[in-house]
Write a protein that binds this ligand. Structure first.
Ligand SMILES: [Zn+2]
Length: 73
């Protein structure tokens, strides 16, 4: 069984890779499924429970300080 739960994802085109690489002129986001569990995998919601983004929280946290080319708000 493969126990490697880490991959890299481009925040622009969502291309995923098992090795660290650049895509769209920037480094890909490292995702560790063993590290991000539970609430980190869920989407952000407002105080009324409405979903603010379809992206999981770990992705939003990883991209909030980046300038994502072509991102949809
Ligand atoms: Zn890309």
């Amino acid at each position: 069984m493969n126990t490697n739960c880490t991959f890299y994802i481009c925040p622009t085109c969502f291309h995923a890779n098992e090795a660290e690489a650049n895509c769209h002129g920037h480094s890909m986001i490292k995702y560790d499924a063993c590290l991000y569990q539970g609430v980190q995998r869920k989407p952000m919601t407002d105080k009324n429970g409405r979903i603010k983004s379809r992206a999981p929280r770990w992705f939003l946290q990883a991209t909030q300080n980046r300038q994502v080319v072509g991102a949809i708000a």
